[in-house]
Structures are given as structure tokens and as C-alpha cells.
Design a protein around this ligand. Structure first.
Ligand code: ADP
Ligand code: MG
Length: 844
């Protein structure tokens, strides 16, 4: 075996694992962590008679590392050293070092919650922070504290936030190896907008060949498609005739993957996904060309599932990629973006738990750790999820019936785990088994993973052509899409033929592949898949089961507005072929900004459902409540029995007569809200209340109870008592109930001390205007006030109203609270002038 930097740490590694339950080990990529450490632990007896499991975030890495280790240890793959990835297993009962993907080990926990055969778990490439890796580490820590104190954990990475992991794991050994790295010179090339990334990569490769006389070249591309395009572009350069060109990504055959890594006679260009970033080391690379892109899984709120988005990698990732050029000698890296742009990139990737859908991992945890999902926040997270995302996951699982209302996994939930897909589709496939429509549902599940394969059509002719072939009405938009898919499939997804009906041929082809995968899973589960994919009720029931959390009810026939489960509202898309249904499920919800602010939801990919199905399929999701409520149409209070499906009101039927006091309360509320008007609650009532409130404020010693806003309801209830409809109360007397607020002596006191009108010496009664918090105002003409020497007094002499003294034209000539002063000082002068202007009046 060749010597590797990690060999120098062998003794320390042995000590660390012997003395502690958890060890952190960091060393640069290529140091030998993945290929050497498992062997050390086995040979040094750290695992006892149990096995060493090496967790890998990627299938391709699990397979290739196992193969390398088997070679180095001179055993055949599947004996002492083996690997397991989804749908592929090379292990036996002799296997002591097992490379597995994270998903495999998580699922093992379902059947063997204590991992009784495992002695050591190595979390390789932990910096990638896959959600499943986080979950496994949390579960492993819990096991160490309870059932498996002997279990040993190792966290391995080239580029790890050691503090974070150490804080999480607690005190323990941290080993570091400097490794051997050589300097890498990094250059940037600004990208031309219109140039495809693969053409740019080929161009850059060609133009830098002179600066790079030795070694191999590694080109990073986001996915298989871009990798194939790059290889095509490289072939166009005549220089590539002297080179071997290799793709490297997960879906290749193992032979093709090996070719890319093996040392070769000729120089080679390897075009790889980010699997070559840290998981796999390719010896001899001196030059890296980095597209700066990767496919990153992220939650797509529209479809409610994770989608792979092509995104810009972080600075930390770019650093790792560049480092691949300096493994064996100094090298160079060319980044296909500008230095300015580089500075604006994220420093590191967000851990997966912060960006993906949590439904599937939460379901696994409920199964594995017996976790009560209502208490997700108490789980020992390395870093916890976003609260909203966690609630959404718990809600969805509850709606799918995978967990019960206490947050515990149900029998149904256990069944769903058998399908290694998102719980929504696991639930649909499981239901399809019962309704004998696995084929149709597999296709629908596949269609919902992508945007619609039907593009909008423009023009009458194109529309009619499509409608002729695909139909323009029906009970589900999926049925139209299914017909479109079959059309495309029959035409071998040919672009020209699909294009005629505005069908996305390439998307349809992907849908076909996903459908086949679903069918394969179904077949492995022993389901029958021979039936023809039809459009029966069973299919719609399966769609309802998968999307019951997006159940919607049309508010009325005239608009497209809907109430949606969980207190949401939205509008159906105009493009739907489902126009008649009252009840629907939407497979897609899109948030749209409202012009009035806030967001609204647009519902698309609709399927009509029957209310009876809701009763049949979700018998526990119903609640009946008796309610007394206002019916705005009949303008009556009525007692109804409401039937609710989860939180949506599905039906109501009249029940017995409403309770009179509840009815009076409801009527009173409607009046106070301004919906109903009592004819006799007029200005005089308001004035009376104001007088009372003023007097009660001026004379707290008299202890008159004021009528505040909140007291009005009591009075209204008294007025409405015994009535059920607006008709009965509209003309009811108001004043007696208002006055009833006071005792008769209190009423008398008020009439005397805060009268509505003031009686002038000449016998005229002039109004007093009361206003809470202000002095009252009395408007009277000069003639009315003759013989009155002093201002009148209210509230037992405590308040003097402001006098608004009016001329014969009813305009105020003076505003004062000192009448005596007015007569003495202002009046004599005023009189002369007024007498001249209004000679017919009396002027004393
Ligand atoms: P680490 O996990 O520290 O990044 P590895 O254990 O994967 O490092 O690899 C250590 C060394 O082993 C690499 O530098 C490389 O030279 C060599 N190596 C690993 N896998 C292969 C392989 N399949 N073919 C040839 N060499 C390999
Ligand atoms: Mg490694």
C-alpha cells in the first residue's frame, strides 16, 4: 500500500477511539480518511466483533470507496468490505467494513432501532450536512446515552466547522492532519451571457493547454446533462484527440465510473458533478475548470416538494474544488465567473435542514426514534429546522394520516415508509394498491414532480387542435395531462410532434422515467401494475388522499374564489378544465402578491372531489358543532349544526330554536358593528348618554354610572331580548332601556343638573350642547338673555357652560363664560351698533 498522510495518525486514532465515544478527524481531501481509517479501526480492534459503518452522502462514493478499500486490503468486494446503496447491495455476513448511504442506515433503524450489529459509525464528509446525516448523528448520540453506551462515532471531513460539531458532541478528541497539498493558482474568467457554460468550459480548456503541460484536467459541471454537453464540446476541439474524455456522475455504470478514476496512459479530462469536490480523489489532476454551479435540493413551495435547482456554489465549495488541482503537484484552477461575483457569493452552503422539505425525514424519525412530532423542537438537532417548515411537515403528515393528532406514527405511516419517496406519493401509491390503479397514480405522482408538461397555447387553431386530441373538460387536470403524456409517449417524445400540441416533450420523457421508478417500487412491494391507466373515481380518490391538505371549497358559483384547508384562501387558475366542481384538491399552490398587499394563493392542477369521499376516506377528520349564528341573507339568528372537515365547514343544517340570550347577544353585536340599525337609537339617545357621561365625570361624588362603549352592548342586549330577527327589533323602543341604566332618582338628578335645554328668563328653552371632556356650550340670543345677570350653572354649581351669545342673524357676537362681564363691558358698545343694524329688535 502507498503511504498516505493519515498513516502518521494511526496510533493517535487508536487512542482517541479507545478513550472516547466520539472523535472528530479533519484532514485535507486525499489524505486517506475514507479509505484508511475504517481499516485501522478494524485491525486495531476498535469495533470488537461488530461492524464498522462508513456513512457516505453519495451513492457513487460509497461504491467506489468500498471497491478501493477492498482492493487495498486484497479482499473481494462483498466479503470483508462491502457497500449498500438504494437498490444495490454488496455485503455478506462476513462484512466488517460497510460503506452505506445515509438513507440506508436510517431505514435500518426502523427494523433494528439500536443497530445492534454496528460497533463504529463514521460520518464521512460531514461538512455536507445532509439532513439524514444530521438525523443519524442525533439518533446515534441518543443511543450512546441510552441503549448503546459502547457505540463509537467518528466525524470525518476535510473542511469542517469543528466548533459547531464539538459543541454538539461535547468534550472529546479532535485530530488534525495537515496532509500534503501544493499551491493552486486561481484565475477568474467573466462569463459571456449568451455562451452555454459547457462551450465556455471547452473554450477555456483549449486556450489554457499551453500553460498546463502535464497532468489531468477536472471540470466541474452541475449535472449529467451539462457533463454530456461539455464532452461534446470538448470533442469539437482538435486537441482533444490526444486526450481521454470521461464523465463522472452517479447514474453511470460502475465500469464507466471506474474508468474516470483509474490512472491511464494518456492524459485525461474528467467532467464531474460535485462528487469529485471532496468525496472522491482523482490522482494526477493538475488543472481544475469550475463552472461554479451545482444542483441543489431545495423546497419548492409551489409543488410542496423538494426540487433540484441549479445554483451557484459557495466560496467554501469553490475553495475545495480548486484544491483538487494541488493533490500531487502545484496546479491551477480557472473559475468561470468573475472575481467580483465571487465576492458576492455565500461563504458556505446552508445545511440541508434549512432548505428542504421535512415531511419524509420527520416520518422516519417518528418511526425510528418513536418521536412525538408535536415535540420536534425538543429533539437533539445538530442545528434545528425552521419553525414554519417543521409545522408544515407535521401538518402534512397529520393530514396524510401518517401520524395521529398526538404526533405519533400510525399504522398507515409505517406502511408508507416502505415506499422510499416523499410521503405524499408514498400515501398515493399505497392507496392506489387498494383501488387497483397503481399505473395511473404512478403517472400522476410522476407528473406532479415536474411543472405541467402542457404549455399554454396561443391561437384558436392550436387551441382547437389540442382540445380535439386531449379533451377540454373533465374532472381532473391530471387526466388531460395523462392524455398528453400518452400522446407524447406514443410519439417517442419527439419534439416536433409534441410541439404541435404545445407539449413539453423533454419534460414528458423525464416524467416517464420517474413513473417507471414508481412502478418499480410498486412492483417490489408486490403490487399489481398490469391494469390500464384509466380515469376512474379511484384515481381521483388517490389524488384526494395525496393532496387532502390542499382541499378547497368554492365560495360561490360566480367567482373562482375558494376557501382552502388550514385557514387559507385563494383563487382557481383560469386554465383549469375542472370548472363545475364545488369541492376540489389542488396539486399546486402558487403564492401571488395581491395588489392590496399580502399574498393570495393560486390553485392549479385541480381535481374535482365528492364530499362523500371525504367521509369515506377520512372518517376521523370530521367534527360536528352546534352553533348559533347570524344569517346575513335571512337577517335572522339561527341555530345550526355545522359539519367540519378538519377546519373547513362542509355542511350546516338548522337545529332547534336558538337560545334567546345568545340570540340577543348576536343581534347586539351586529348592531354594534354597524350592520343593523335601530331606528329609535337616534340623536336624542346619543345626547342623553353624553349628558350622563359628562355629569358622571363632573360629579364623581354623585356616583352616576357612565355608559361606556363596552356598556352599550348590555343595553342593546336588553333591547333585543326575545327577538331572533332584525324585523323584530328594528322599531323597538330604545330610550326606556337606556334610561333603565339609571335608577329613577338618578334620572331626575340628571334632568335637573345636566338638562337637555336651558329655560331662559323670557321662557324660551335653548339647547345645551354637551361634549365629553369639554365644557358644555349654550347658544342663545341677546334678547333671550335679558334679565339674566350671571351665567347659569350646571352640576350643582360645579360647571359653568360657555355662552355663545348670538346676534339676530344667529352669528355669535361673543363667546364667554362670564355673562356679568359681558353686560358690563362689551354690551354697551355692541348695543349701539346692533340697534342700528337691526332696528326692529328690542334693545334694552
Ligand atoms: P480522503 O477521504 O482523506 O479524502 P481517500 O481515503 O478517499 O482520502 O483517498 C486517499 C488517497 O487514496 C487519494 O489521495 C488517492 O490517491 C488514493 N485513492 C483513493 N481512491 C482511489 C481509487 N479508486 N483509485 C486510485 N487511487 C485512489
Ligand atoms: Mg474522503
Amino acid at each position: 500500500m502507498i503511504s498516505l498522510p493519515i498513516d502518521d495518525l494511526r496510533a493517535e486514532i487508536k487512542d482517541a477511539f479507545s478513550s472516547s465515544g466520539h472523535v472528530i478527524l479533519t484532514a485535507p481531501t486525499g489524505s486517506g480518511k475514507s479509505t484508511r481509517v475504517p481499516g485501522f479501526l478494524l485491525d486495531d480492534g476498535i469495533a470488537g466483533d461488530k461492524e464498522i459503518v462508513v456513512l457516505q452522502p453519495r451513492r457513487i462514493a460509497a461504491r467506489m470507496l468500498a471497491q478501493r478499500v477492498a482492493e487495498e486490503r486484497e479482499v473481494s468486494l462483498g466479503t470483508e468490505v462491502g457497500y449498500q446503496v438504494r437498490f444495490e447491495s454488496h455485503v455478506s455476513r462476513h462484512t466488517r467494513i460497510r460503506f452505506v448511504t445515509e438513507g440506508i442506515l436510517l431505514r435500518e433503524l426502523i427494523t433494528d432501532p439500536d443497530l445492534s450489529e454496528v460497533g463504529v459509525i463514521l460520518f464521512d464528509e460531514f461538512h455536507e450536512r445532509h439532513l439524514q446525516g444530521d438525523l443519524l448523528l442525533a439518533r446515534a448520540r441518543e443511543m450512546q446515552k441510552t441503549s448503546r453506551p459502547d457505540l463509537k462515532l467518528g466525524v470525518l471531513s476535510a473542511t469542517l466547522d469543528v466548533d459547531l460539531v464539538q459543541n454538539y458532541l461535547g468534550e472529546g478528541p479532535v485530530l488534525q492532519s495537515e496532509g500534503r497539498t501544493f499551491p493552486v493558482e486561481t484565475n477568474y474568467r467573466k462569463r459571456r451571457q449568451e455562451e452555454p457554460i459547457w462551450e465556455m468550459a471547452a473554450r477555456v480548456w483549449q486556450s489554457s493547454l499551453n500553460d498546463f503541460p502535464e497532468g489531468d484536467c477536472l471540470i466541474f459541471m452541475p449535472g449529467a446533462y451539462e457533463i454530456r454537453q461539455t464532452i461534446e464540446s470538448l470533442k469539437q476541439c482538435f486537441q482533444s484527440e490526444d486526450w481521454d474524455l470521461y464523465p463522472l456522475y452517479s447514474d453511470l455504470t460502475p465500469e464507466a465510473q471506474d474508468m474516470a478514476v483509474r490512472p491511464a496512459e494518456r492524459r485525461k479530462v474528467i467532467v464531474a458533478t460535485n462528487v469529485a469536490e471532496t468525496s472522491l480523489t482523482i490522482p494526477g489532476v493538475r488543472m481544475v475548470i469550475d463552472s461554479g454551479l451545482a444542483r441543489i435540493a431545495r423546497f419548492d413551495p409551489r409543488r410542496g416538494i423538494d426540487t433540484l435547482f441549479i445554483e451557484k456554489i459557495s466560496q467554501a465549495s469553490a475553495e475545495q474544488r480548486a484544491g483538487r488541482a494541488g493533490r500531487t503537484a502545484p496546479g491551477q484552477c480557472i473559475r468561470l465567473w468573475s472575481e467580483d461575483e465571487h465576492r458576492s457569493r455565500a461563504r458556505s452552503e446552508l445545511p440541508e435542514i434549512k432548505r428542504v422539505d421535512l415531511a419524509e425525514p420527520f416520518l422516519l424519525m417518528a418511526a425510528v426514534a418513536g418521536l412525538d412530532l408535536k415535540k420536534w423542537a425538543d429533539y437533539a438537532w445538530v442545528e434545528g429546522p425552521d419553525e414554519l417548515a417543521a409545522e408544515r411537515a407535521v401538518n402534512l403528515l397529520t393530514d396524510l394520516g401518517a401520524v395521529d393528532l398526538d404526533g405519533r406514527i400510525t399504522k398507515e405511516g409505517q406502511e408508507m415508509l416502505a415506499y422510499p419517496v416523499h410521503p405524499r406519493y408514498a400515501r398515493m401509491l399505497h392507496a392506489a394498491e387498494e383501488y387497483g390503479c397503481v399505473r395511473a397514480v404512478a403517472l400522476i405522482a410522476a407528473l406532479s414532480q415536474e411543472r405541467s408538461i402542457l404549455m399554454p397555447v396561443r391561437g384558436k387553431h392550436a387551441k382547437e387542435l389540442r382540445e380535439d386530441i386531449l379533451g377540454d373538460e373533465g374532472s381532473s387536470d391530471f387526466f388531460q395531462e395523462m392524455r398528453a403524456f400518452r400522446f407524447a409517449e406514443n410519439k417517442q417524445f419527439r419534439k416536433d410532434l409534441c410541439g404541435k400540441l404545445a407539449i413539453q416533450g423533454a419534460t414528458a420523457r423525464r416524467v416517464g422515467k420517474v413513473r417507471d421508478r414508481f412502478l418499480q417500487i410498486a412492483q417490489q412491494r408486490g403490487l399489481k401494475i398490469e391494469e390500464k391507466a384509466g380515469e376512474g373515481d379511484g384515481v381521483r380518490k388517490c389524488i384526494l388522499i395525496g393532496f387532502s391538505d390542499q382541499l378547497a371549497h368554492r365560495i360561490d358559483g360566480g367567482t373562482l374564489r375558494c376557501d382552502i384547508l388550514h385557514g387559507r384562501r385563494g383563487e382557481l387558475t383560469r386554465d383549469t378544465i375542472v370548472r363545475e366542481a364545488d369541492w376540489l384538491v389542488a396539486a399546486e399552490l402558487t403564492e401571488i402578491e395581491k395588489s392590496t398587499g399580502g399574498v393570495d394563493l393560486r390553485l392549479s392542477r385541480l381535481t374535482a372531489v365528492e364530499v362523500e369521499w371525504l367521509e369515506e376516506l377520512f372518517p376521523e377528520a370530521w367534527q360536528n358543532t352546534d352553533e348559533t349564528r347570524w344569517n346575513p341573507n335571512t337577517r335572522r339568528v339561527e341555530a345550526v349544526r355545522l359539519k367540519r372537515f378538519r377546519d373547513l365547514i362542509v355542511a350546516h343544517e338548522a337545529s332547534a330554536e336558538p337560545d334567546p340570550s345568545i340570540a340577543a347577544g348576536i343581534l347586539a353585536d351586529r348592531i354594534q358593528e354597524g350592520d343593523l340599525i335601530l331606528k329609535k337609537w337616534d340623536d336624542s339617545v346619543e345626547r342623553w348618554i353624553t349628558r350622563l357621561n359628562c355629569l358622571s365625570e363632573w360629579r364623581p361624588d354623585w356616583e352616576l354610572p357612565p355608559i361606556r362603549e363596552e356598556d352599550r352592548n348590555d343595553i342593546l342586549i336588553e333591547i333585543c331580548h326575545g327577538a331572533l330577527s332584525y324585523k323584530e327589533i328594528k322599531d323597538r323602543e330604545v330610550m326606556p332601556s337606556v334610561k333603565g341604566w339609571l335608577t329613577p332618582p338618578q334620572v331626575q338628578l340628571m334632568e335637573g343638573e345636566a338638562p337637555d335645554r336651558f329655560k331662559c328668563p323670557n321662557g324660551r328653552r335653548v339647547p345645551i350642547r354637551y361634549q365629553e371632556g369639554k365644557a358644555p356650550v349654550l347658544s342663545a340670543s341677546i334678547q333671550d338673555l335679558y334679565d339674566l345677570k350671571k351665567s347659569p350653572e350646571l352640576a350643582g354649581g360645579k360647571v359653568t357652560p360657555v355662552l355663545e351669545i348670538l346676534a339676530p342673524n344667529r352669528r355669535p357676537v361673543q363667546v364667554t363664560s362670564d355673562l356679568e362681564g359681558f353686560w358690563q363691558e362689551h354690551y354697551p358698545k355692541l348695543k349701539v351698533e346692533l340697534a342700528r343694524r337691526y332696528p326692529k329688535h328690542e334693545w334694552r
